[in-house]
Design a binder for this molecule. Structure first.
Ligand code: JAH
Length: 269
């Protein structure tokens, strides 16, 4: 997979040289190229921003450097890249999207600074490439570089041969229920007692059926506590008999459609 990143802070992308992504590159699974957007400016001050039309605070990134840079970068390879633009107003980045992007041969990331990039750049490349405006979460950063690091790590670890991944990642026995329906429960390793805290007996019991059920119940508890939206969105087929009784014990009410809700169904007059 080829990855290009076009940024005014190329040094921010240094972490791509280390750890998992660095190893994927060393192993020849990833070809990462980081470019300084200012190389595509022509004035003495390497200007990349200007004041917003219509007024208001902050600055907007000028279209010309982005256009020239993206034209050069996209002409330097074969085929059409997916252009990824991190923005808080984008579609959510999910494990599903990471998996989809991991199947693409070429990603070009365009992290902005200031108040963002002149809209016409997105319009221009929408007509030519698959453009994805993506948000990694509901908060505002100073720019899109940190989201690029996040997305590249999520994508790179799915590439065949990167994380000890088998040839295909589709039928993962490898990533058990990775981001399936529930959050993962707690994990433990040796020693069995640490500073007076015990590893739960069931995990040491050797009763594999009970261990499986305990882990499922812990996953349900954690999900109900931290991500009730995931419980509510699950269709009735998600839950086995034991799940239903665990959720009921956690104070969840089963509606007539078999879905669970935090508030008990309204009582008829
Ligand atoms: C901030 C350009 N979803 C997280 C996220 C992504 C991008 C940005 N902020 C937050 C951002 C300023 C300029 C992009």
């Amino acid at each position: 997979m080829r990855l290009d990143v076009l940024t005014i802070f190329p040094e921010y992308l240094e972490p791509l040289n280390v750890s998992l992504v660095g190893k994927a590159r060393a192993a020849g699974r990833l070809d990462v190229r980081v470019h300084d957007l200012r190389q595509w400016t022509h004035d003495r001050h390497h200007t990349v921003d200007d004041t917003p039309y219509g007024g208001g605070p902050g600055m907007v990134m000028k279209p010309e450097p982005w256009g020239e840079a993206l034209d050069d970068i996209t002409a330097s390879g074969e085929g059409e890249p997916v252009l990824v633009v991190p923005t808080p107003s984008g579609r959510p980045f999910t494990q599903e999207l990471a998996a989809e992007l991991s199947g693409k041969p070429w990603l070009v990331f365009a992290p902005a600074r200031y108040e963002g990039i002149d809209r016409r750049v997105i319009e221009e490349y929408r007509g030519r490439y698959d453009v994805r405006e993506i948000s990694i979460g509901d908060y505002v950063l100073a720019g899109g570089e940190a989201p690029v690091l996040v997305m590249v790590e999520a994508v790179a670890r799915l590439l065949p041969g990167v994380l000890g991944n088998a040839a295909s990642h589709g039928d993962d026995s490898f990533a058990p229920g990775e981001m399936a329906d529930l959050l993962e429960g707690p994990v433990y390793t040796k020693p069995p007692e640490w500073r007076g805290h015990q590893v739960p007996d069931v995990l040491i019991s050797g009763h594999h059926g009970r261990i499986r059920r305990w882990r499922r119940d812990e996953a349900l508890r954690r999900t109900a506590l931290h991500r009730p939206d995931l419980i509510e969105r699950c269709d009735p087929g998600c839950w086995d008999r034991h799940d239903r009784s665990t959720l009921a014990a956690l104070g969840w009410a089963e509606g007539p459609d078999g879905r669970f809700g935090r508030t008990p169904p309204a009582v008829e007059e």
